[in-house]
Design a protein around this ligand. Structure first.
Ligand code: NDP
Ligand code: HSE
Length: 434
């Protein structure tokens, strides 16, 4: 039986999960692949600290170079995270003719092209299924099963921590901080949860998915990002009353004008399948011209779910090595499409305003909208206390730049006390559940 050597960089949450899944598959993998995968070296920061957690502590080293430089290692699995030394180690591995698997979305979202080019140059595989939505297969389906489609939209819930927080706010009436504390206690949120709650983690995943789905490079900086820190229980309550729920959505769309990509909290209709995705679960919904709508649902994070995707990539490479066909599916960005400015994107909006309860105030607000081509779908005066009324406005699908101008005018009106909430409302592509 041929043996293929594997090297691991990092033995944290996903690294340990990957180690366990590889070990648990030891006998099955031979029958599944016709080849045996053997872990030959593992780089960690402190070998002593993890020595009792691995079968063979002799494999541990505190230097990633020893893994990448080991002649018996054919596949390197990078699970240290962050930019460095992850990038340098991956480039060194590829240069040495080793195949690489990573879950590192931070790196792939900014340096994907460079890494894929290095893989192609060295006729190696560079796979990163786990970088988007953890255990949910999405990259391989887009690169292979759905390749016969022109994909026009990819959207979804791709951050488990924020979905957990919003679920707790909606279902248990928690305020943001209370829900975040619980997410931290349960181990969903990172020690520093900024990347989760500010939408950066989801933004990286959107950049990767859009690049693959639309065959045109989208990097992290191309994605407009807003987090969930300003969402209040009042917003959630109003959304509920309108038959909607608030989700942190990552949205990427492609049309003749180019690509739009953003992450932001949005209202989504209760009947949409994504509205039912709760707790720390993730789901990705995409629309292709042939397949119509496809939804992928599951665990977007966690040790074993993410390891499942990592090991799937490793097995794929083992098959390629067996059949002498590595580098078969490489960079698929053969187009150079424009990235749309956010002000040119179109959405329906949910607005909450505090205004003086006086005659003519609503007319003045409606006038500001009309002067900027913002069509109103609904306007409701919710309540009036001490001469201040709360107005809820839902717009039709309008250009974001036009809405901004209208809101600037409204803000400057003497009778406006506060623009409390501005949230986009997700409207489905043709054929999706509204
Ligand atoms: P962890 O922080 O749990 O694990 C990373 C490990 O790598 C730590 O043990 C760290 O050691 C070690 N490490 C860091 N630098 C070095 C180095 N120079 N040499 C050797 N070891 C090093 O992170 P995760 O396992 O959660 O994440 C790993 C990757 O997977 C990241 O890219 C992440 O974005 C991605 N990912 C994670 C998911 C999850 O659910 N956790 C889901 C999907 C993707 P130390 O702790 O001492 O710093
Ligand atoms: N912190 C991420 C989440 C997991 O909450 O979804 C890693 O992608």
């Amino acid at each position: 039986m041929k043996k293929i050597g594997v090297g691991l960089l990092g033995l944290g949450t996903v690294g340990m999960g990957t180690y366990k899944v590889l070990k648990s598959q030891q006998t099955e993998m031979e029958r599944k692949l016709g080849v045996e995968l053997e872990i030959r070296k593992i780089a960690v920061k402190d070998p002593q600290e993890v020595a009792d957690q691995v079968e063979d502590p002799g494999l541990l080293t505190d230097d990633w170079r020893e893994v990448v430089g080991d002649d018996s290692v054919e596949i390197v699995i990078e699970l240290m995270g962050g930019m460095e030394p992850a990038k340098t180690s991956i480039l060194a591995a590829l240069k040495a003719g080793k195949h690489v698997v990573t879950a590192n979305k931070d790196l792939v979202a900014v340096a994907g092209r460079e890494l894929l080019d290095a893989a192609a140059e060295n006729k190696c595989d560079f796979l990163f299924e786990a970088a988007v939505a953890g255990g949910i297969p999405i990259i391989r389906p887009m690169k292979q099963c759905l390749l016969g489609n022109n994909i026009t939209e990819i959207m979804g819930i791709v951050n488990g921590t924020t979905n957990f927080i919003l679920t707790k706010m909606e279902q248990d009436g928690m305020e943001f901080q209370e829900a975040l504390d619980l997410a931290t206690e349960l181990g969903y949120a990172e020690a520093d949860p900024t990347a989760d709650i500010e939408g950066l983690d989801a933004g990286r995943k959107v950049a990767i998915m859009a690049s693959i789905g639309f065959h045109s490079r989208v990097v992290f900086d191309d994605v407009h990002i807003e987090g969930i820190t300003k969402i209040t229980s009042k917003d959630i309550q109003y959304a509920k009353e309108m038959g909607c729920t608030i989700k942190l959505l990552g949205v990427a769309r492609c049309d003749e004008e180019g690509i739009e990509a953003y992450v932001c909290p949005m209202l989504i209709a209760g009947e949409h399948p994504l509205a039912a995705v709760s707790d720390s679960y993730n789901a990705v919904f995409l629309h292709g011209d042939a397949v119509e709508n496809v939804m992928f649902y599951g665990r977007g994070a966690g040790s074993l779910p993410t390891a499942s995707a990592v090991v799937g990539d490793v097995f794929d490479i083992a098959r390629n090595i067996q059949h002498g066909c590595c580098g078969r599916i490489s960079c698929s960005c053969y187009k150079e499409l424009a990235i749309k400015k956010m002000e040119n994107t179109k959405n329906s909006f949910f607005l909450r305003l505090l205004v003086e309860d006086k005659c003519g105030v609503v007319t003045a607000i409606a006038g500001a909208f009309a002067a900027n081509q913002v069509s109103i779908a609904q306007i409701i005066q919710r309540q009036s206390k001490k001469g201040v009324a709360e107005l809820v406005v839902i717009t039709d699908s309008v250009k974001e730049g036009d809405l901004k101008k209208a809101l600037e005018t409204i803000k400057a009106q003497e009778t406006t006390r506060e623009i409390s909430t501005v949230l986009r409302v997700y409207k489905a592509e043709k054929g999706e559940t509204q």
